[in-house]
Design a protein around this ligand. Structure first.
Ligand code: SAM
Length: 264
């Protein structure tokens, strides 16, 4: 059985843009046939201009989507998504018999990477699995765990806004590219909610698009954690060579990718 990790740039976006480009070219061709032998009006010049511009823009969008899809792909040449999730798991420390939580686990990639790294501990992945990411579901996560031969991971529905677990339930918590999706929420409070369920002494690794506009002042947030007794709190710019470089991050709309790590 093969794994089927979701792609942050679904292939359907590229296909949709390509179909749109084809439709614009087709409509332009039909218009030209209808106009054969007739004098062209200003309106028809405008229509051709609009259709050809539409075809050009859609072709560029299709090329962009397919390039991004291939770079993220778990099985492509670049395997960026794999590098990111396995890279985050490196920042987690989990004792034998311990339990870790992956918030917004998607298709299970990070939870499974962590479960592989700590075969004597276990990992729980939670997600809302809403309509925005159709390729992600609990079933897909369970299928991927099976395909990887990983048995120390399980998945259930859960919401980052309010995690349905008592304070200090988990030995480690992690998340990848999730909180920026949650509109209208204070992202620092979302991180606080994740840290609430982390045991004292447990490690955390939270990776997201932490621009100031989305998250506010994260340096101040990190300092507050240190002042509260959290240890080794670091904000790591992962576009500085750790997971990708600045140029690639810009191209893939992953600017401000930052990893917040430390120990409670
Ligand atoms: C870009 S995907 C990342 C998935 C996964 N973490 C990965 O690295 O592949 C964002 C995920 O966040 C999930 N998500 C969005 N809002 C959520 C919420 N309020 N609580 C939990 N998960 C959420 C989505 O369902 C989706 O699976």
């Amino acid at each position: 059985m093969k794994t089927k990790y979701g792609n942050w740039m679904p292939v359907e976006y590229g296909i949709g843009a390509a179909v749109l480009a084809g439709a614009c070219l087709g409509a332009d061709a039909v218009l030209r046939i209808q106009e054969r032998g007739k004098e062209k009006t200003v309106l028809s010049h405008c229509a051709h201009g609009a259709l050809l511009t539409g075809a050009l823009v859609s072709t560029a969008a299709a090329a962009y989507c397919m390039t991004a899809h291939n770079r993220f792909s778990y099985n492509g040449e670049r395997q960026l998504a794999r590098q990111v999730t396995e890279g985050i798991a490196e920042y987690i420390d989990l004792p034998d018999g311990g339990l870790a939580l992956d918030v917004g686990c998607g298709s299970g990639a990070l939870a499974i990477a962590c479960a592989k790294r700590f075969p004597h501990a276990s990992v729980l992945g939670v997600d809302t699995w809403g309509p925005e990411y159709l390729a992600y579901s609990r079933k897909v996560c369970e299928r991927n765990a099976k395909a990887e031969g990983v048995t120390n991971v399980r998945f259930e529905k859960g919401n980052a806004n309010h995690l349905d677990y008592p304070d200090e339930t988990f030995d480690a918590v992690m998340s990848n590219y999730v909180y920026h999706n949650i509109a209208g929420k204070n992202r620092q409070e979302l991180i606080r909610e994740t840290l609430r369920v982390l045991k004292k002494g447990g490690t955390f690794a939270i990776h997201d698009l932490m621009s100031e506009g989305r998250y506010g002042d994260m340096e101040l947030f990190a300092q507050r954690l240190r002042d509260e007794g959290y240890e080794r709190v670091e904000l790591i710019d992962t576009t500085d060579g750790l997971f990708m470089n600045r140029r690639e991050a810009g191209m893939l709309m992953l600017k401000n990718s930052i990893l917040l790590t430390g120990r409670k």
